[in-house]
Ligand binder design. Structure first.
Ligand code: GLU
Length: 309
């Protein structure tokens, strides 16, 4: 498997979105990443995932840095490498990756609105096989996949906004053909340290569960999936630590790595911290925000304990 050699220096990252204040779930994620890097004598990075311009605010970025500094008070070496990578400064990297995928014939423009997709899916739901679902809900029904070149061009030139979707069937086929040059069954895999109990933690990637995903949104010309996969490669991240809720995303990220020839890190999908109601914490849970805890007199050491450290 094309994964990190065991002696590669451990590089981890904590990658929050500056769309609100950090809570105990973020604290857990940051501490896992830091702890893994420290245990391996490696490096810990911080990355601001701020491509979602509608939700992210620059002032939250400074708040995140302040909250993290507070969380690490009293720990000898809780620090992250500078400079902090900010996704909104790296749009050219994502555009270059998209251009490569486009050059491979794997992308197509999708002009559909959400309402249009919903209507298509509702129509398909009454068909005998219903509409297929992926990890994030019903899969895109493929409406724009078959548009002819002329129609695509006319609609683009007419100023209609569009997203870029990955033609999943083609992408899986191409990645499989490439992999077969180095591995007989052509299967994509990753090593997941959080699943070591199940067959040594080697997970077979099933990117097709995502269908024709959007890789460049209409509004921001990139996407979470494309950006993080490119970033982890550019930053030399060797161990991606992130919550269990993002486990399924890794199926797709592994495919993008194969198509773009990117390094394949190891992964550790960690548990999620839950609130008193047993549900995973969200930004709106002020009670669990690091700011709220600090203002309520909780010490950093107590907050770390609450975050599982
Ligand atoms: N920015 C994502 C979040 O705040 C994390 C992305 C990742 O770790 O891949 O949940």
């Amino acid at each position: 498997m094309n994964t990190a050699p065991p002696d590669r220096m451990i590089v981890t990252r904590f990658a929050p979105s500056p769309s609100g204040h950090l809570h105990l779930g973020h604290a857990h994620a940051a501490l896992v990443a830091w702890d893994r890097a420290r245990a391996g004598g490696g490096r810990f990075l911080l990355r601001m995932e701020d491509i979602d311009v509608g939700r992210c605010r620059p002032e939250f970025e400074q708040d995140i840095i302040d909250d993290l500094a507070w969380l690490g008070e009293g720990l000898e070496d809780f620090t992250w490498q500078q400079p902090v990578r900010r996704q909104s400064d790296c749009l050219e990297d994502y555009a270059a990756a998209l251009a490569r995928l486009d050059g491979m014939g794997l992308l197509y423009p999708c002009f559909c609105t959400r309402a249009h997709i919903r209507a298509e899916i509702e129509g398909a739901a009454s068909a005998p096989h219903g509409s297929p679902h992926g990890p994030d809900g019903p899969l895109y029904p493929g409406t724009c996949r078959g548009l002819g070149g002329e129609e695509r061009q006319a609609r683009r030139e007419g100023g209609e906004s569009y997203a870029l979707r990955l033609d999943m069937a083609k992408a899986v086929e191409m990645a499989g053909a490439r992999m077969r040059e180095v591995k007989e069954d052509g299967g994509l895999e990753w090593r997941d340290l959080g699943r070591d109990d199940e067959g040594k933690g080697v997970i077979a990637a099933r990117p097709e569960i995502h269908g024709d995903v959007v890789l460049a949104r209409k509004d921001i010309a990139t996407s979470y999936h494309l950006s993080v996969t490119v970033d982890d490669h550019v930053q030399g991240v060797s161990l991606v630590t992130r919550g269990e809720d993002l486990f399924d995303a890794t199926h797709l990220h592994r495919l993008l790595q194969a198509l773009l020839g990117l390094d394949v890190p190891d992964y550790h999908h960690h548990r999620l911290i839950t609130g008193a109601d047993g549900k995973r914490l969200a930004t709106r849970d002020q009670a669990a925000s690091l700011r709220g805890l600090r203002e309520g007199g909780v010490t950093p050491a107590e907050a770390r304990k609450m975050a599982g450290f």
